[in-house]
Design a protein around this ligand. Structure first.
Ligand code: SD4
Length: 331
């Protein structure tokens, strides 16, 4: 059984040595990252909406699409789903009633693109991909991101569904902003950010992360999801990680980059996710009352996930099986 005290002691001991675990002293990095046949491709993604997203991503890989096509089109599914209240169309608005979107994407070549505070576009992930592939920049925000999207043929659409508008008006009667743990996963609220990571059969890695962010956030608030290294990070030599939950905690610890760097230093994806959560526990006082979850994959196709609070789950598609995994948590 998982023993929290032992885990903290172990992590503290590793911390005392810096980030270099003893495993690296005797192992060459190449031995840690060479793909094993049979476990690839692998796709993992956050929350229950990960199952249909993974299925789409897998279909893209099987039909000869690239790993970047796979992660982009996988997350199209929750982005276009009006019943999903935390991604794209039908997302919960900010406290002024505007649905504002954050998304990021990274490919195996190390390239990255993102958009933040983007309104009225159903597929922000595809705008992020355009930023990555067709501009010299990494992040476009707000009006500039919208202008760029429209110039590239994206159509404007009202993302605030009547149902979300009604819920927002009800919320606005009291305007009590206090994000609850896993609130997006309540039956009527529906899930959370989707972060989706894929390793194709050649061992090439990509990731995508897309969200309408925290419901009833301040206008202009940007979370972790579009910040490369916070909500998403991919290093094709090592692996990838993505985050969900209260973005402020992930931003303060640059969580996804941390997970990938820990894997670079010899941790398994599971150990790396646990240590990144532990970093939040140590450094961010609100850790007791907020949720954060990380998932990660390495070039071998090994996966891991860990969260602050119980209730986080992720979808894994590997070796012909698609299943949900209930994540272990610190608390
Ligand atoms: C954010 N991490 O904007 C995202 C959204 C999320 O619980 O996962 N909300 O902070």
């Amino acid at each position: 059984m998982f023993n929290r005290r032992k885990f903290i002691e172990k992590a503290a001991a590793v911390g005392a040595l810096g980030l270099m675990p003893t495993v690296l002293k005797s192992q060459k990095l190449s031995a840690l990252v060479s793909p094993k046949k049979g476990d690839l491709p692998v796709i993992i993604s956050t929350w229950n909406h990960g199952i249909p997203a993974n299925a789409k991503a897998l279909e893209i890989l099987h039909s000869g699409g690239s790993v970047v096509d796979a992660v982009e089109q996988g997350v199209w599914i929750p982005e276009a789903d009006p019943d999903n209240h935390s991604v794209g169309l039908g997302g919960t608005p900010d406290r002024d009633g505007h649905v504002t979107l954050d998304a990021s994407i990274m490919g195996p070549d190390g390239n990255a693109g993102s958009v933040c505070f983007l309104e009225n576009i159903v597929h922000p992930i595809s705008v992020a991909r355009k930023v990555m592939e067709d501009t010299p920049h990494v992040i476009l925000s707000g009006e500039g991101a919208l202008q760029f999207a429209l110039q590239n043929g994206f159509q404007e659409e009202n993302l605030l569904t009547p149902e979300r508008e009604k819920a927002w008006k009800k919320w606005a009667e009291e305007s009590n902003y206090n994000p609850e743990i896993n609130w997006e996963n309540k039956p009527n609220e529906f899930h959370d950010t989707i972060g989706l990571l894929a390793v194709d059969s050649k061992g090439d890695i990509a990731g995508a992360c897309t969200t309408s962010g925290l419901g009833y956030k301040m206008r202009g608030r940007v979370g972790d999801s579009p910040i490369i290294g916070a909500g998403l990070f991919v290093d094709n030599e090592i692996g990838a990680a993505t985050a969900t939950g209260m973005g402020e905690l992930v931003l303060k610890t640059l969580g996804s980059f941390l997970v990938v760097e820990l894997m670079r230093n010899g941790r398994t994806p599971q150990q790396a996710c646990e240590e990144a959560v532990l970093r939040i526990v140590k450094k961010v006082p609100e850790n007791k009352i907020r949720q954060v979850g990380f998932i990660a994959v390495n070039k071998n196709g090994e996966v891991g996930g860990y969260s602050l609070q119980p209730g986080f789950n992720y979808a894994i598609s590997q070796n012909g099986k698609n299943k949900m995994v209930d994540c272990r948590s610190f608390y």
